[in-house]
Design a protein around this ligand. Structure first.
Ligand code: MSP
Length: 517
């Protein structure tokens, strides 16, 4: 499934016009889980993420705050960065679009497109959405013939601007999509894109006059203009992967990374930005290998879109403080199906924490380690599979590991992967109840059977902890340590050796205080 030796993951870069919310956190955790899953299986990964610092939205927010846009973007950038550290996002590369290495590369591409005749200047008058930073056509009108609220403030503008000959590349894109169904995951989003490509016509306005918007990258061939924020921002995926970078710039080797194997974006920015502009920009710049887009759905609140103007922002920073990073990561991965939307609900987060993490996984490890200490002084005997039930648990473990990886390979369905791991956890807890080690311990004739039960439970708990490690890395590390398997992320069954020594049991998922809500 990998097109290069290094699995290259990237995410949409976040606007620095407002602090991060739960939707941003979800996307970063999803990408991080994919990255960690590859690393845990021993595959090299380069994970890039970052911030989109230019454009009208940022300029407007800065004006409202009464600070220069650079300063405003810097402050919001610091908030994103701190949150990613707190949420355990282990990215390898970091993109900031005000970075001069990026600016130089974007100008270089613009110069090339200009020189090869892909850009032209024209006068245009029409409706312009301030929020979406684009001219609107009749196609964007709703059934009532109006521009809906999603476009925000719409003004009438007449302007001379630079245009990119998108229409010239349209037939190529349509053919590419038909021949490469793997370009977009899930497939229904690919169909949506193909339909849009068949409909959409016209070229792309890639400039904004400085008189109206100064906060952007200057066109290298016309100093009165900056480039459209999307043209600038989309290029980050290549520039921070080393595209057109100078030696010694501290960026990766583009040839060994490109293209992205998992390019993680939300459903709102597939058409037209990532599904149309982006591949056409790459093609026009001379890059033939295209990324693979993974399009996720949205977290809503009470069925409504999470937005600052609706006043229903959920602060992931507060949630991480209240429940812990791993609890938040787990909820965000478990209660949404990749590609679909979900409704955020803090009660569900609490329930999942209590039921899945504390009662199922936490309890399995805790009782396993405690029993090993109580009955065997924390040291296990080497035993093969002793009875039919332990054999069944082993079979289940092997199947869980296989199903976990299949779910990840097939559309990064993290929720389904977690379900597989939980089948094993549930079965292991049932095995405790059924084999009742506390009874076996009382009967010397059952000593071998008790050894077998303990070994099977340690195996199951270790394997489950290793499987969930990409989702709840800190907790999984602690669980593995308690099981005496620090740093062992193998997903094979059968790691216990004669004389295996367990660590000490301690609660990893403390009970929630009832007054917290
Ligand atoms: N800056 C552009 C992307 C440029 S990429 C060259 C942008 N930024 S954003 O901050 O508005 O969104 C960043 C990412 O967060 C997008 O992938 C978007 O889909 C995602 N989400 C924003 N709100 C979301 C939810 N409520 N739920 C899930 N993801 C959402 O778009």
């Amino acid at each position: 499934m990998m097109s290069a030796e290094i699995f290259f993951i990237t995410t949409a870069i976040d606007y620095t016009n407002a602090p991060p919310h739960i939707g941003h956190a979800y996307e970063k955790v999803l990408a991080d889980v994919i990255a960690r899953w590859h690393r845990d299986r021993g595959r090299p990964v380069f994970f890039l993420t970052g911030v989109d610092q230019h454009g009208q939205k940022v300029q407007q927010s800065a004006e409202r705050a009464g600070v220069p846009p650079a300063e405003f973007a810097r402050e919001i950038t610091a908030k994103f960065k701190a949150l990613w550290v707190k949420l355990g996002i282990a990215n390898d590369g970091w993109a900031e679009t005000t970075d001069l290495r990026h600016v130089a590369a974007v100008q270089d591409v613009l110069r090339q497109l200009h020189d090869q005749g892909d850009l032209y200047k024209a006068r245009h008058s029409g409706h312009y959405s301030v929020r979406q930073e684009q001219f609107l056509t009749d196609k964007e009108r709703n059934e009532q013939g109006e521009f809906g609220p999603e476009w925000g403030e719409v003004v009438f503008l007449e302007e001379e601007n630079w245009y990119f000959r998108l229409s010239k590349y349209r037939p190529w894109l349509a053919e590419y999509l038909a021949a490469h169904p793997e370009f977009v995951t899930p497939a229904f989003r690919g169909t949506e894109l193909a339909n849009a490509v068949a409909k959409e016509a016209g070229d792309l306005c890639i400039s904004r006059p400085k008189s109206r918007l100064a906060w952007g990258i200057e066109l290298p061939f016309d100093r009165d203009y900056v480039t459209y924020v999307w043209f600038d921002a989309l290029m980050n995926y290549a520039t921070f992967a080393g595209y057109r970078a100078r030696d010694g710039a501290g960026l990766p080797d583009f040839e060994s990374l490109w293209p992205c194997d998992a390019h993680v974006i939300g459903k709102d920015i597939l058409v037209p930005a990532h599904g149309i502009y982006w591949p056409v920009m790459l093609k026009a710049a001379g890059i033939e290998a295209m990324p693979k887009l993974l399009v996720h759905g949205w977290w809503n609140l009470g069925g409504a879109k999470v937005s600052k103007s609706a006043g229903n922002i959920i602060d992931p920073d507060v949630l991480a403080d209240r429940y812990g990073t791993d609890a938040l990561r787990y909820y965000l991965m478990r209660d949404i199906a990749t590609g679909q939307d979900a409704d955020f609900n803090e009660d569900r987060l609490r329930t999942r924490y209590q039921a899945d993490l504390a009662n199922d996984l936490g309890n399995l490890v805790n009782r396993t380690v405690s029993m090993a200490h109580r009955y065997r002084g924390g040291v296990l005997a080497e035993v093969g599979v002793t009875d039919a039930e332990a054999f069944a648990l082993r079979e289940l473990g092997i199947e869980a590991a296989r199903n976990f990886d299949t779910a990840m390979e097939d559309g990064f369905r993290v929720h389904a992967a977690l379900e597989s791991a939980w089948l094993l956890i549930t079965a292991a807890n049932a095995h405790v109840e059924k084999s009742a080690p506390w009874k076996l311990a009382k009967d010397p004739a059952e000593a071998a059977r008790l050894d077998g039960v303990l070994v099977a439970l340690v195996e199951a708990a270790r394997l489950a902890s290793a499987l969930v490690h990409p989702v709840i890395p800190a907790a999984a590390d602690t669980l593995l340590e308690q099981l005496g398997f620090s740093g062992d992320l193998s997903t094979q069954w059968g790691r216990v050796r004669a004389g295996h020594r367990l660590g000490q049991a301690a609660p990893v998922f403390p009970r929630l205080e009832s007054q917290e809500s």
